[in-house]
Design a protein around this ligand. Structure first.
Ligand SMILES: Cc1cc2nc3c(=O)[nH]c(=O)nc-3n(C[C@H](O)[C@H](O)[C@H](O)COP(=O)(O)OP(=O)(O)OC[C@H]3O[C@@H](n4cnc5c(N)ncnc54)[C@H](O)[C@@H]3O)c2cc1C
Length: 300
């Protein structure tokens, strides 16, 4: 298939407002591959602007991520963004990775520090692994001229940040180093996003800040996100999910909450929506289709 997307994520964020993107992780076995292929087929039918591919904690999926990004880039007509993490890579390996992606036509990167390995996994970081995402931004800028570079942002503050002010300052440093957009951590109260964007603008951070959302389909997910990502789940949503658990309707509740959340975000000026899919298309597909039916479509 001839590739038709030549615009970068950064350009699309301005031109195709609202811009919709979907995040996937690389499948580790045949069963996961089938799930991903089915999800992609379903979502591709709704003409998303972009998909992104995560890199597992401490670079644990490095080859899988690289191969999946390159195959998406080759095969699909929507844009592709590679997550590039410091964790698990030396500076030299990061430079090589970015050059390799560029040779394969990849023009969009999400520069991250990355997660550490899961507790109990025996792991020694490379001696010259960068400490923060800031350096990943610089390595990408130095080794892949002309690409678009995004970074992560945290409306409820990154869990290990010294303070919300320090976290915002570090976001500003990533932007000053060349990041041209940001994608947020998931959140469930839009006021967190709106006030975060206001604080960012006051701090002089003027790049598009794309909100990341995730339809919750099980109460256990809400608990996990609260613990792992330290994002707050509003009491009303939690109670609704708990009632839904008994009635077998958590999926419908999560989807309808995410649809209302996305609609409100777009009305309040968000440049688009980044969906954390967990490789499951149904919930995100339902939300995306509902947004399109309400007229929230990207310009062509
Ligand atoms: C949209 C999105 C996608 C993600 N995709 C992945 C993925 O594919 N793979 C993965 O492993 N993880 C992923 N993550 C998780 C992310 O990598 C972790 O949350 C990680 O702990 C922080 O990454 P970061 O890029 O925000 O780091 P950084 O921007 O480096 O910040 C990390 C922490 O250090 C602080 N900090 C930054 N600079 C300094 C400094 N100079 N001095 C002191 N403190 C500093 C920040 O305030 C923050 O608390 C993703 C997160 C988001 C929001």
């Amino acid at each position: 298939m001839t590739r038709s997307v030549t615009e970068s994520m950064h350009e699309l964020l301005y031109r195709r407002n609202p811009m919709f993107s979907f995040e996937f992780f690389p499948p580790k076995d045949e069963a996961e591959k089938k799930v991903l292929a089915a999800s992609l087929e379903e979502l591709a039918g709704l003409d998303p602007c972009f998909v992104s591919v995560t890199c597992g904690a401490a670079g644990s999926t490095r080859d899988l991520t690289r191969d999946l990004v390159c195959s998406f880039q080759e095969k699909y007509s929507f844009g592709v963004m590679a997550h590039v993490t410091a964790t698990g890579y030396s500076r030299r390996e990061l430079a090589e990775l970015v050059k390799d992606y560029r040779r394969h036509g990849v023009m969009n990167f999400l520069a991250l520090r990355g997660d550490p390995p899961r507790a109990g996994v025996n792991w020694t970081p490379p001696a010259d692994q960068p400490d923060y995402a800031l350096e990943v931004v610089k390595i990408i800028r130095d080794n892949a001229p002309g690409v678009s570079v995004g970074v992560a942002a945290y409306p409820e503050t990154h869990p290990s940040a010294a303070s919300p002010e320090a976290d915002l300052q570090h976001l500003g440093e990533k932007v000053a180093a060349g990041a041209d957009f940001a994608v947020t951590q998931m959140f469930f109260d839009n006021d967190h996003y709106v006030s975060f964007v206001e604080r960012s603008r006051r701090a002089g951070i003027d790049v598009p800040i794309l909100p990341g959302i995730m339809p919750i389909t099980r109460i256990g997910q809400a608990e996990r996100f609260e613990t792992l990502c330290q994002v707050s789940v509003p009491t009303a949503l939690r109670s609704a999910l708990e009632s839904g658990e008994k009635a077998g309707t958590t999926r419908e509740i999560g989807v309808s909450f995410a649809t209302a959340q996305a609609t409100d975000l777009l009305r309040r000026g968000a440049p688009g929506i980044h969906f954390f899919t967990l490789n499951q298309s149904r919930a995100c597909h339902t939300v995306f289709a509902a947004l399109q039916a309400m007229g929230w479509k990207s310009n062509r």
